[in-house]
Write a protein that binds this ligand. Structure first.
Ligand code: 5GP
Ligand code: ZN
Length: 113
């Protein structure tokens, strides 16, 4: 756990979030500023800054996270969904605790901005 990390505080229960499901390694909760009718963040419980770091540090948690995004998409979405890992400030990562955005529920556009 990183003491100054927003998502570690959500994992710890110190900051409330609308949790939709949990696994041994991961937690899924609704984004506070949804960009689609379904916009859920799936994060590992352990603090790693991005998904590549998580894959190096904990492959089992990484697989759990990917499986969890599929479960969220199946339960909350429409069948089509986008899984996004913004990685680095220039890619608009603003919270440096690994998280996958699950976006669904509307026609998505491509390419992304
Ligand atoms: P990023 O820009 O790092 O890829 O995504 C961070 C996401 O976290 C954003 O979509 C933002 O809306 C969301 N977010 C920021 N603060 C909070 C919060 O306190 N609670 C929740 N549920 N989401 C948050
Ligand atoms: Zn963290």
């Amino acid at each position: 756990m990183s003491t100054d990390c927003l998502f570690c505080s959500i994992v710890a229960g110190d900051i409330p979030a609308e949790v939709v499901s949990e696994t041994e390694h991961t937690i899924a909760f609704r984004d506070i500023a949804p960009q689609a009718p379904t916009h859920v963040l799936v994060i590992p419980r352990r603090h790693e800054p991005d998904v590549a770091s998580l894959a190096e540090a904990d492959p089992e948690a990484t697989v759990d996270l990917i499986r969890h995004t599929k479960k969220v998409a199946d339960e909350q979405g429409t069948g089509s969904y986008r899984l996004v890992f913004n990685t680095g400030a220039d890619a608009f990562q603003t919270v440096f605790h690994c998280h996958g955005h699950v976006l669904s529920g509307r026609q998505l556009t491509w390419p992304p901005g």
